[in-house]
Design a protein around this ligand. Structure first.
Ligand SMILES: N[C@@H](CCC(=O)N[C@@H](CS)C(=O)NCC(=O)O)C(=O)O
Length: 223
């Protein structure tokens, strides 16, 4: 039996959604973030040494890293529903977006979250203005321009094809949902990005997405 080790408000929501799309039976084992630090509880480290989510168990296999998990299940589907045919141009795009989501899109979004929190953290009162200035400078000079560049790129790409890999919905769209939801939650999506906003509306309307939400519980993107 597939077990999804699911941390609340996390990337493992994508795995639940994928399994719902594929109609694969699974169990959800829930873990709660520490409300102060937002870190995963130590029990997750007993499943995988990094103690992060998602991680899945499938018989003797334990697999972490959302892209690897998404590809593993997409490959296992005998009907090949969520993966373009091997060797096709769509398959190369699929591979590209599968890696891009965590390798390129997420780092600046994570930096934004961290640097926005720095001035609010505990520190002596006289240090706070300095921390605020340094964090503000990092945000305005590097992080925000990087996020803008990525969002412009994704907006442009979604103007070429309906879904990230091509005309058909694929597991790459599931993998790409997290950076786009994170960008929306962190204020980076507005009327100037109609393609990305429409993408989010389309995925949120999918019955499998809705079922996954019901399984995973409250979902507010945090990290
Ligand atoms: N690149 C990894 C990132 C995993 C990751 O950072 N997961 C976050 C949840 S979205 C986590 O477990 N955070 C809690 C912690 O680091 O303790 C993936 O895509 O699986």
């Amino acid at each position: 039996m597939i077990v999804v080790h699911h941390l609340n408000n996390s990337r493992s929501q994508r795995v639940l959604w994928l399994l719902e799309e594929l109609g694969m039976p699974y169990e959800v084992k829930r873990y709660q973030r520490d409300p102060k630090t937002m870190l995963a509880p130590p029990e997750l480290q007993a499943v995988h040494p990094l103690g992060k989510s998602p991680v899945i168990s499938d018989g003797d296999l334990t697999l972490a890293e959302s892209g690897a998990i998404v590809e593993y299940f997409a490959e296992r589907d005998s009907e090949g529903r969520l993966r373009p045919p091997a060797g096709s141009p769509e398959r190369l795009r699929y591979t590209y977006w599968m890696h891009y989501a965590e390798g390129s899109a997420m780092p600046p979004l994570l930096l934004k979250l961290i640097f926005s929190r720095i001035p609010k953290g505990p520190m002596p009162f006289f240090v706070r203005p300095v921390a605020k200035a340094i964090a503000g400078r990092a945000l305005s000079s590097f992080i925000e321009p990087q996020i803008k560049r990525h969002l412009d790129f994704m907006e442009q790409e979604l103007g070429k094809t309906a879904w990230f890999a091509g005309a058909e919905f694929s597991a790459a769209d599931i993998q790409m949902s997290f950076p786009l939801e994170a960008a929306a939650a962190r204020g980076g999506l507005d009327a100037s990005r109609p393609m990305l906003s429409a993408f989010l509306q389309r995925i949120h309307a999918r019955p499998a997405y809705q079922r996954a939400l019901a399984k995973g519980g409250l979902y507010e993107l945090l990290t």
